[in-house]
Each structure stands twice: as structure tokens, then as C-alpha cells.
Design a protein around this ligand. Sequence first.
Ligand code: UD1
Ligand code: CA
Length: 458
Amino acid sequence: MPLSIVILAAGQGKRMNSDLPKVLQPLATRPLLKHVIDCAHTLDAAAIHVVYGHGGEAVPQALQDEPVSWVLQAEQLGTGHAVMQAVSAAGTIPDDHLVLVLYGDVPLIRRETLSALVAQAGPEAMSVLTLMLDDPTGYGRVVRDAAGGVARIVEQKDAGAEELKLREVNTGIMAIPARRLRGWLSALRNDNAQGEYYLTDVVAAAAADKVQVNALVAPTVAEVLGINDKVQLAQVEAEHRRQQAEALMRAGATVVDPARLDVRGKVSVGRDVYIDINVILAGEVRLGDGVKIGPNSVIRDCDIGAGTEVFANCVLEEAVTGPACRIGPFARLRPLAQLAKDVHVGNFVEIKKSRLGIGSKANHLSYIGDAEVGAGVNIGAGTITCNYDGVNKWVTQIGDGAFIGSGTMLVAPVKIGANATIGAGSTITREAAPDKLTLERSRQATVEHWKRPEKKKK
Ligand code: UD1
Ligand code: CA
């Protein structure tokens, strides 16, 4: 059956004690709801509807680029009412579709589990994702009939003493045939302990209509964990961290301490990658074969070539490095830094929008911005490309084999010829000829009869 997904995201999340709507709270820096939408997209659904309400337009605005349709639930009258908003809007969900209900605050749900759940539903069957808990407090309980089929779900607040003892609970995630669902929703009543329209009541309605209700017990607890407060948010973050580190290790990376690696995006690793502690990998990161990442480094949207070593305490963003580079400790690569093979970038060196050719080195205390640096260039300590005049950014060109002495100011736009040597301490404002020594330095003088002032004795 074609699939329509409905994600419930209208609830308030009072216990967050936050101005940010619950489903926008960040997990690995992405909104909770974004994780659910991303998972929904892996399911090949005809449409994804997100029911929003609390927090108003902030939710669709924050996720406006997502290819989903937004359905407003102006008042939060219960989960059944929420699904009704998506299902009843004329023509949104065709009768022959299967409706998969997800929660915007259950972010670790896995594609495999949802596929299995969907496979257990059909035109005359619905399925419910359940969970076995030692302490089921707070959850809706799954009541089974004598034959073991699901008869109904009773909410904690409406349950009798015997029902409260049931350990199988409703995760809230269900797959329901649309044509049937429409009828059951329109018959929902809110004469219960919370005065809400419960989605869970469709289970009893299905049973009454002799529609099969299948239960799938969630294979892992983590994937159905809902988030209500900051404590649970941190717990789910820890679980997410563990899963991501595990995936890298399974792909062959050595992760010194999985609890101290944060993957906040998509990371691919080659063979024999080594990642030390307290590393954050964000956005899209590719680590080639044999790459080593030292402790306390932050790497976002980078492509790190094979055999490159990033030493401790580096920050790399939108940079591309060739193979066999040595970066850091304490180096910063900013957007559009491009290092060719065998480039060395040492401590307190910042590189922005610049290309460094094969084998070039900037080992200490330099700023290189908007520069085209050839191969085999040596940039001495304290060299600065003065690329900004307050309005415009200007380019510095440095030819192959040039040697830039320490403490040089390269006032752009400026060009240094191939194999040129620049004397230390120079401020270079005009083109420096290739193969020659250029320096700009006032002559050193010694003042013969000068005496230091002395303190007068009292
Ligand atoms: C719901 C289930 C319960 C299940 C539990 C799992 C019902 C009646 N109960 O209970 O059986 O064990 O989830 O966590 O379904 N929402 C809306 N609009 C509303 C109400 C809720 O969008 O009007 C959304 C919330 O944002 C949330 C989800 O639906 O993402 C669940 O709502 P919540 O209030 O947490 O449901 P529970 O009462 O915990
Ligand atoms: Ca000078």
C-alpha cells in the first residue's frame, strides 16, 4: 500500500522550561523533529504531514526547507485530534494509503523497525509498536485478548488496578489503513480522564470492526524513547553519540573513547582512521584512509585526505586537505582552505579561502587569507597576509619555492615571484621579483653614547 506519514509535533513540552518549542530542541545540533523527518524520508512515503501547534509558526519556519506539508492543530485536544487534522483535510491522504503515525519527540526511531511495523499492516490490518517495560508508569497499556491479539489500549489515567500491572506499553507509533482510520477518528469521544481525543481508542474500534491489530515489540528501547525534559534530552544525546561512534568503529575507525566522540552529521571513514578523545565531527566529514585526529579537535564539513594527521586542539571548517598533511596542534582552517599533498600547518596558524600547493609549510603563528600559495613554499613564523582594507578583500599570490621570512606583512594585492626570498620583518607592498631577495627594513643603528636612565637614590 502507498504510505502517508503523519508526524505529531503540536504538543507543548512544558517540562522543557524553555522558550524553544520542544520539537525544535537540539539533538546533535539538529532539531528533534528534523531527526524524525529524516527517518521518515528513508521510507519512500507518498507524503509526510507534520502536525504543529504549540510554538506556532516557529516550528514550520525553523524547518521551512523540509519537503513536508504542515498541518496546523490550533488547539491540542489530544493525539486522535492531532491525527484527524492531517487525515480530514480534504484529499490529503487517499483512502487506499496506509497512515504511519510518528512522534516529533521520539527522534531515534529506526527505519528498519518502521518498515517491519508497516509490513504488519494492510487494508484490513493495523499495527502498533509496543515496548516491554519493568516500570510502565505513565504509558498507555496494551490490553490483549484471550487469543493474544491486541484488544485495546488504556491510558495510565483511565486504567484500573489490573490494567496498571500490564508491562506492555504503547509507544504511540502505529500504522493504520486510511479508509478505516477516517471512520474511527470521526467516532472518537473525549469522555475520559484527560478530556482528550485519544488516538489509542482506534485500537478498540478496530477490534470491534474485526480489523486485525498486530503488535510489534520494539527491538530496542532507545529508538522509542520520547523526550519530555532536558534530562531525557541529554540521555538521548548520549545514546545518539554512542550509536554514531559505534557506526564509525564498525566501519573500521579506532575511536579511543566512544563516549568522548560527538558525531553531529554524516561522517565517512576510510581504513584505519584513528580518532582521539573529545573530538566533534559535524556536518559532512570525510576522513580518508589512515587519517589521525588528535584530541579536542572540531571538524565541520571537511574532506581530510588519506594519511593526514590533525594534531590536538584544531578547528577545521569547510576545508579540504590533500593526503599526508600535518595540521596543528592549535591550527585553524576556515572555509575554503585547500591544502594540497604534504602541506604542514602548525600552531596558531589560521588559513582562510586560500590554496597551499604541494609540500608548502606554514608552521607557526601566521594568517593566510585570500592567498594562492604555490608548491614548496616556506612561510615563516608571524607572516600575515594583510588581505582586508576595511572594505575589500585582496589576493596574495606566492609563487612556487618562495621563502617568506618571519614577521613579514604581505599587503595585498601583492605578488611574490617563484623562488623569491623575502627578508624577515618586511612589509611587502609591491611585487617581489622571482629568484631574488627582497626586503623592506630600516637599517639597524647603534647609539654609541646612550645611557639608560637611572633611578635617583633618596
Ligand atoms: C501517548 C499515548 C500513550 C503512549 C505515550 C507514549 C495517547 C492518547 N496516548 O501518551 O498511549 O504510551 O504517548 O509516549 O495517544 N500531540 C499533538 N497534539 C495533541 C497531543 C499530543 O501533536 O493534541 C503530540 C505530542 O507533541 C507528542 C505526541 O503527540 O509528540 C504524544 O503526546 P503526549 O502528550 O506526549 O502523549 P501521552 O499522553 O504521553
Ligand atoms: Ca618593517
